[in-house]
Design a binder for this molecule. Structure first.
Ligand code: TYD
Length: 200
């Protein structure tokens, strides 16, 4: 049986560090796994990613482009893979739009819900791993990185709102999420992921 699994968390939470390892662990259990990301995941989506991460724009435009990239991603990659019995692991999905455009930028939550209904009323992740970490720790991890994109350059208060946006999303549908304390060490998180893998 195919599964759709998403990884979420603010920049610096460390989710990307764990994603490749997680996908390999699933493969070792015999699953056919594809790893993908948002914004991106298709040729057009990757072009939109380049624009979204670098080009200043209206908040509404930002949300619309995120969902435009997502529509391509769903129709061209996610749904065909799921239909073929594969497991899809995506680095971010719509929760990021609620957290960043809704929480971070302050775009009306209802507008995002409308876009979500439009673009994927019939699809939600089976499981979302939310890497939750205090803003201060995430910021410290980010400063070790050389080049920061348009989102990563935001200030601490933006990321507090992003985190609150994620928490709001989790509280609206708690059964879909596994919340991971991402302040832990990499090995501690790996142990937690092993437990998660044996339960899904
Ligand atoms: P990210 O996933 O953190 O990739 P990398 O690890 O390569 O930096 O980068 C994607 C950025 O896009 C991240 O800052 C969050 C932002 N984003 C949104 O604002 N809304 C969305 O809907 C998505 C999918 C991402």
């Amino acid at each position: 049986m195919s599964k759709f699994i998403t990884f979420e968390g603010m920049d610096g939470a460390g989710k990307s560090t764990h994603l490749a390892w997680f996908a390999d662990a699933l493969r070792q259990r015999g699953h056919d796994v594809i790893v993908t990301r948002e914004p991106g995941g298709t040729p057009l989506g990757e072009q939109l990613r380049e624009i979204l991460l670098n080009q200043p724009m209206n908040i509404g435009t930002e949300a619309l482009l995120m969902f435009a990239a997502r529509l391509e991603h769903i129709e061209q990659v996610i749904k065909p893979a799921l239909r073929a019995g594969k497991w899809v692991v995506s680095d971010r999905f719509s929760d990021a739009s609620f957290a960043y455009q809704g929480g971070g930028r302050g775009l009306d939550w209802d507008k995002l819900s409308l876009l979500e209904q439009w673009v994927h009323a019939d699809l939600q992740p089976d499981v979302t791993l939310f890497f939750d970490v205090p803003v201060e720790i995430a910021r410290q991890r980010l400063t070790n990185n050389a080049s920061l994109d348009r989102f990563e350059q935001e200030q601490a208060d933006f990321f507090e709102r992003v985190r609150a946006g994620y928490h709001r999303r989790v509280s609206q549908n708690p059964q879909r999420y596994v919340v991971i304390d991402a302040a832990q060490t990499i090995n501690e998180i790996k142990r937690k992921l092993e437990v998660i893998i044996s339960s899904i």
